[in-house]
Design a binder for this molecule. Structure first.
Ligand code: KG4
Ligand code: ZN
Length: 348
């Protein structure tokens, strides 16, 4: 068993065809083909469009990653692929490709959990993850708080969103404000010129009764609706919508809840490391607030650079490399793509 395994990672759970190559904790290549522009006019990812784009991109992206890393298929110790959760058709493309390459090159295959991969990617930037750690994963498809006792198998969910994912709320609010898809980056930019205290938008599941029943769950549909009502009322009154203030106040409501609950979970579980991942982890206000609150609570914050927070193949390769080094058994060649793979299942 090599202690610096060379692993190819394939990610196709949503709209990014990502292929990464990792040796141990070192990132050698991170190739990406995105279909995001094909979805923009629909205001959200269209599953069938994503699947077709993956089909067109998968082989060239794998070739590009291998070339970038300066390695061949024969050099690899293993191939890792996102087996779920995600869009069923999109996942199938990556899983089928990984199986084909694994058979052709006679390599072990690891079908891995997308959420665990979002955590593992941090090791490429900050080295081995202290365990236990807490992970806050926030993206267009998921918003979860995970307790990570052991990345190879001991991951448990403390909470998740009961309605919209955090990134979904950014995308919907951006649409309301006439900003492009995906909405996170333009809201982040607009908010720089706004006042985060201008409008008091609701913080979901933070009242005392909700906190007791849902200490680590999130809800973002209320804040999204509150923004919609506020904007509609301004428009009805014939007044201009102060986009920077709305963006900053909305962003503040989301970042406030996410960081407060993540730090509370660290305290309650006696965990001193917090990892934040997923596309929304690229948000500048979330990163700033998390840093401030972690410092105050004596928690070490680890956030990968923004390009590693959004979906990519390097994160899958990073988890694969971790699993090979830990001596985890590979998946069977008939491994399924499971769109609803539970977070507790790190490998299938
Ligand atoms: O992890 P990701 O690339 O794909 C999913 O698994 O969903 O996350 C995409 C999400 C989108 O909803 C996008 O609006 C959001 O991440 N996002 C951001 C920022 N950059 C991307 N949200 C807030 N602020 C950002 N800077
Ligand atoms: Zn993701």
């Amino acid at each position: 068993m090599p202690n610096e395994p060379l692993v190819l990672g394939i990610e196709t759970s949503c709209d990014e065809t990502g292929v990464g190559v990792v040796r141990g904790h070192t990132l050698l290549a991170d190739a990406l083909a995105s279909s995001v522009e094909e979805h923009a006019r629909f205001g959200g990812v269209v599953p069938e469009v994503a699947s077709r784009a993956h089909l067109a991109a998968i082989v060239p992206t794998i070739r590009r990653a291998l070339a970038q890393a300066g390695v061949t298929l024969a050099d690899l110790d293993a191939i890792a692929v996102t087996a779920g959760p995600g869009l069923a058709g999109a996942l199938l493309v990556g899983v089928a490709a990984a199986k084909g390459y694994a058979v052709a090159a006679d390599k072990p295959i690891y079908g891995v959990n997308h959420l665990a991969a979002h955590v593992a990617v941090d090791t490429l930037e900050h080295g081995p993850l202290p365990e236990p750690a807490l992970a806050l994963l926030v993206s267009g498809g998921h918003s979860s708080l995970l307790l990570v006792d052991d990345l190879a198998g001991g991951v448990s969910a403390l909470g998740s969103t009961i309605d919209d994912a955090a990134g979904e709320a950014f995308d919907k609010v951006a649409r309301l404000l006439g900003l492009p898809f995906p909405g996170g980056p333009p809201i982040d930019r607009a908010a720089r010129d706004g006042d985060p205290a201008a409008i008091a938008f609701p913080r979901g599941l933070t009242g005392s009764r909700d906190r007791a029943a849902h200490p680590y769950d999130f809800s973002f549909s209320g804040v999204k609706t509150a923004v919609a009502r506020w904007v509609e009322a301004r428009r009805r009154a014939g007044e201009p919508v102060p986009v920077p203030d709305v963006a900053a106040s909305f962003q503040e409501a989301v970042a406030d809840v996410l960081t407060a609950k993540a730090v509370a979970a660290c305290r309650a579980h006696g965990v001193s490391t917090l990892v934040i991942g997923g596309g929304v982890a690229a948000n500048s206000r979330l990163r700033w607030l998390a840093q401030r609150r972690c410092e105050a609570a004596g928690v070490t914050l680890r956030t990968p650079r923004p390009a590693l927070c959004t979906d990519n193949g390097a994160m899958v390769a990073a988890l694969g490399s971790y699993l090979v080094a830990a001596g985890a058994p590979p998946s069977r060649l008939d491994l399924p793509a499971d769109s609803a793979l539970p977070v507790t299942t790190v490998t299938v």
